[in-house]
Design a protein around this ligand. Structure first.
Ligand SMILES: Cc1cc2nc3c(=O)[nH]c(=O)nc-3n(C[C@H](O)[C@H](O)[C@H](O)COP(=O)(O)O)c2cc1C
Length: 211
């Protein structure tokens, strides 16, 4: 139990990376699996995670991001995207996966299709977008905690121009929109931010026990 608290105290939104160290291929596979295993409402996984390796694209994204070094220089740069729309075809794909994985009749899942259609697909666009982005942020939180346990550094990035990201990465055409990004690498010894004390409110302030 102490290990996880130690890891969470160790992690911070690192600003400067050690350019000599690389994330191993097996760690990259673990990162993908961490994201894949993220839970979502109704299990519909309304997301896609873009791992941007292309240097030209990184340069373009840097131009429209506040934290420029993290975008261009990080070993791994992930853009977390949410699905623009969650239509019947997508729900069918999800339920087909459920039926195959759990070896159950597809028809028995029809009631779930109706529930998802009514509660998610029929939301007004702004409400749907907010819902989908909330799901995507669960993936980000899941990744940040997991990386802390792996002693790999990351900096989540919200200060990105999402409209420009969508254009640069052709996301509209893929029924996606960018929600948040994350730069991943190992911290540099010169990262003075990681030497600062962690700032959080006291437990007494954050919790209220209601008996
Ligand atoms: C959703 C989210 C978005 C963030 N966006 C940025 C960002 O765009 N640029 C940046 O330098 N840090 C960003 N941060 C880092 C926060 O400033 C940092 O997590 C916070 O100050 C707490 O510090 P710690 O993570 O070092 O404990 C973001 C953090 C979160 C959780």
């Amino acid at each position: 139990m102490q290990d996880i608290i130690q890891s969470l105290n160790w992690r911070c939104a690192v600003k400067r990376f050690d350019t000599n160290k690389k994330i191993s291929d097996s760690d990259i596979e673990t990162i993908k699996e961490i994201l894949r295993l993220t839970p979502s409402a109704y299990g519909v996984q309304p997301w896609k995670f873009l791992i941007i390796k292309n240097k030209e694209l990184r340069k373009k994204l840097r131009e429209v991001s506040k934290s420029k070094a993290q975008v261009e220089e990080s070993d791994i740069f992930i853009v977390f995207c949410s699905l623009r729309t969650l239509d019947e075809k997508y729900i069918n794909k999800h339920l087909f996966n459920v039926s195959q994985t759990r070896e159950i009749e597809r028809a028995t899942l029809d009631p779930y299709k109706e529930i998802i259609l009514q509660s998610i697909s029929s939301l007004p666009p702004q409400e749907y977008k907010a819902w989908a982005e909330k799901q995507v942020y669960i993936a980000l939180g899941n990744l940040l905690t997991s990386l802390a346990c792996m002693k790999i550094d990351a900096c989540p990035l919200e200060a990105i121009n999402k409209e420009r990201y969508d254009e640069i990465l052709w996301l509209k055409e893929k029924n996606l929109s960018s929600s948040v990004a994350c730069a991943i690498w190992y911290r540099s010894k010169e990262d003075t931010y990681s030497l600062l004390k962690k700032v959080r409110f006291d437990t007494e302030e954050l919790f209220e026990i209601i008996n």
